[in-house]
Design a protein around this ligand. Structure first.
Ligand SMILES: C[S@@+](CC[C@H](N)C(=O)[O-])C[C@H]1O[C@@H](n2cnc3c(N)ncnc32)[C@H](O)[C@@H]1O
Length: 210
């Protein structure tokens, strides 16, 4: 059902989104300026993509394809750049994606982007706090992609852990940020998981020990 033309359509949407994301630094500077007066919140980044790189995206695509990952859950949709790379993967693995985004305006724009890319039927977008939108999730997870607010990495991991299996991969973006360290230390100390840094520690891949 998906063919070369489908990949071209996804890539063309990605090119357009990356073009727009070029202005993220300016938007982030404005958000960081606000943090002088109070802690930063997701709404400060309502206009910013904060996306993974194209190189990370292609690696994710390849990972899904190589390991035939089908059931993908993403925390932190933003405007959907990472989700479109996940979609490239599931176009080939025959899987599907659940992605969740706190801010309604971002989620709505992401849905438009998925339609434009021709992959909306592969992606279920859940709008709201991931701790609510993913509560009670009871399907196996092959790939959990963590790219939202870091203070939720640990509670979300704990909430979804019963859905992990021996081949589950947890992809942690921004693993080198200070706010991610307590999460990674807790997972490591559990003794149940392997942690594999990539991109000089920006990413950590977590897999279960056999
Ligand atoms: C780094 S961005 C995601 C970038 C996206 N994965 C990409 O690569 O294109 C993080 C996103 O997580 C969202 N977010 C923050 N807290 C959240 C929560 N509690 N539930 C769901 N989404 C949340 C933010 O609004 C923001 O859009």
């Amino acid at each position: 059902m998906f063919n070369t033309q489908s990949h071209v359509q996804v890539q063309s949407t990605l090119n357009q989104l990356f073009d727009d994301a070029r202005f993220d630094r300016l938007k982030m500077a404005k958000a960081v300026a606000k943090s002088f007066f109070r802690p930063m919140r997701p709404a400060d980044f309502e206009m910013a993509y904060l996306s993974i790189s194209a190189e990370q995206g292609e690696d994710l695509h390849q990972l899904i394809k190589d390991r035939k990952l089908k059931n993908i859950v993403e925390f932190g949709t933003s405007f959907g750049i990472s989700t479109l790379y996940l979609a490239k993967g599931v176009m080939e693995s025959g899987g599907h994606i659940i992605t969740t985004e706190l801010l309604a305006s971002k989620a709505q724009q992401a849905i438009k982007n998925f339609k434009q890319a021709g992959v909306d039927e592969l992606i279920e977008v859940r709008t709201g706090d991931a701790m609510e939108t993913l509560k009670g999730h009871d399907q196996p997870i092959d790939l959990l992609f963590l790219d939202g607010w870091k203070d939720l990495y640990l509670p979300l991991f704990n909430m979804l852990e019963s859905n992990f299996h021996k081949d589950t991969i947890i992809y942690v973006d921004n693993a080198n940020m200070a706010d991610s360290q307590a999460f990674l230390a807790t997972v490591n100390q559990s003794g149940k998981y392997h942690l594999q840094p990539q991109y000089h520690g920006k990413v950590v891949l977590i897999s279960t020990k056999s």
